[in-house]
Design a protein around this ligand. Structure first.
Ligand SMILES: Nc1ncnc2c1ncn2[C@@H]1O[C@H](COP(=O)(O)OP(=O)(O)OP(=O)(O)O)[C@@H](O)[C@H]1O
Ligand SMILES: [Mg+2]
Length: 357
């Protein structure tokens, strides 16, 4: 979805950039063939503190420095970039409106947008997509047979866009497009097979857990919960009175299989499964004919040892590791390292392909 596409499609290569709470991730893809070819990736982990707060990016200068440095280090020379923005920096709403003509649509949608966007519309960039039909034209034709249209409305604050433009400029990148990370995840995780099933994607990062429901390739529901791997490391550090880095190490090494920390982790995992269950129940009750059939896991925290098993017990639904490389070609000898990092890279992989769908 090239919602905030500044230069149109047709690029031959791109770097997808995901500025997460605990790390900055970039993936370089060659886009000349129908199937993108993996070129390189870069992950810059931040040892301490976070680089995003709930609704703004702090230390933009520092981000550009880190980003330029890591692109350089990984010898990524491509200057065309697509950025993802955290879902908490975007507004997404699903609206049902009476059928209108194509000419009337944008003013009707602006009217709807005013109801859920807490700032004046002049301060945001607004985009929309008709749900159920991939092709807008076809949806237009079909609407004559229906009384209503379902629309996905989305917006990103102009301020946020400006901040990302500045980061790109200072990192010597040409910003091609910006989109909410939900759409990047759908693009890389929902292949032909997954499209056939109503899927809940769980992206569990450092501070945020994104829960999204995808039906027939389209986003149908989304929620962000303030919980993630950072909470686990903090809990371990506090309880065992060890520094955060050591706590992080223990978490990654043993996870739920380490009896010293298992009981510290379980309440946090419990919150994630509770929130997922809530989303699942709400969605299923509204959509009894197409209930959620599977969960796909991504985000660094989904690598926590023993996590999938605990979640599976709580949720009683098939749970799989999301594979963000399904649309991407890479050499066999790169496979091990790419698999190892795929959870953290999912958003960056998806956003690098922005414009392909
Ligand atoms: N093997 C592992 N076991 C447990 N946790 C892990 C493992 N590897 C990474 N993590 C955790 O994953 C988190 C980072 O994941 P990710 O890169 O998806 O987050 P982010 O995008 O920076 O954060 P957010 O999406 O919340 O802004 C960190 O909390 C890190 O400790
Ligand atoms: Mg993230």
């Amino acid at each position: 979805m090239g919602l905030f596409d500044f230069m149109g499609t047709g690029k031959s290569e791109a770097v997808g950039v995901d500025i997460g709470t605990s790390s900055i991730k970039a993936v370089h893809l060659d886009l000349r063939k129908a199937r993108p070819i993996f070129k390189n990736f870069a992950i810059a982990r931040l040892k301490k503190g976070s680089i995003q707060t709930s609704n703004r990016i702090i230390a933009g200068k520092q981000i550009s420095k880190i980003l330029s440095f890591s692109l350089n280090k990984s010898q990524i020379k491509c200057r065309t970039a697509s950025f993802s923005v955290p879902n908490f920096s975007s507004f997404i709403s699903f609206v049902t409106i009476p059928k209108v003509t194509e000419e009337q649509l944008s003013s009707k949608l602006e009217e709807e947008a005013r109801k859920f966007i807490p700032v004046p519309l002049s301060e945001v960039s607004l985009g929309w997509e008709i749900i159920k039909d991939y092709n807008k034209k076809r949806a237009m034709e079909m609407k004559s047979k229906k009384d209503t249209m379902k629309i996905l409305l989305m917006a990103i604050a102009n301020d946020t866009i400006k901040k990302y433009e500045t980061i790109a400029k200072k990192s010597n990148l040409n910003l091609q497009s910006i989109e909410a990370e939900n759409f990047s995840l759908i693009r890389c995780l929902i292949d032909k097979e997954n499209k056939k099933k109503t899927t809940l994607i769980l992206d569990i990062g450092s501070r945020i857990c994104n829960i999204l429901v995808v039906y027939n390739g389209f986003l149908r529901g989304t929620r962000n919960v303030d919980v993630g791997g950072g909470d686990i490391s903090n809990a371990i550090s506090r309880a065992l009175n060890i520094d955060l880095l050591r706590a992080e190490e223990m978490k990654k090494q043993g996870g739920l299989q380490d009896s010293r920390i298992k009981d510290l982790i379980l309440p946090i995992i419990g919150r994630i499964s509770q929130e997922t269950k809530r989303m699942q129940e709400t969605y299923n009750s509204k959509n009894p004919n197409s209930p959620i059939e599977q969960i796909l896991l991504v985000g660094g925290t989904s690598k926590l040892k023993g996590f999938k098993e605990v979640l599976a017990k709580d949720l009683n639904i098939p749970i799989f590791d999301g594979d963000p490389w399904t649309r991407v070609k890479f050499d066999k000898e790169q496979e091990a390292i790419l698999r190892d990092h795929q959870d953290e890279l999912a958003v960056a992989i998806g956003v690098a392909m922005n414009g392909l769908d």
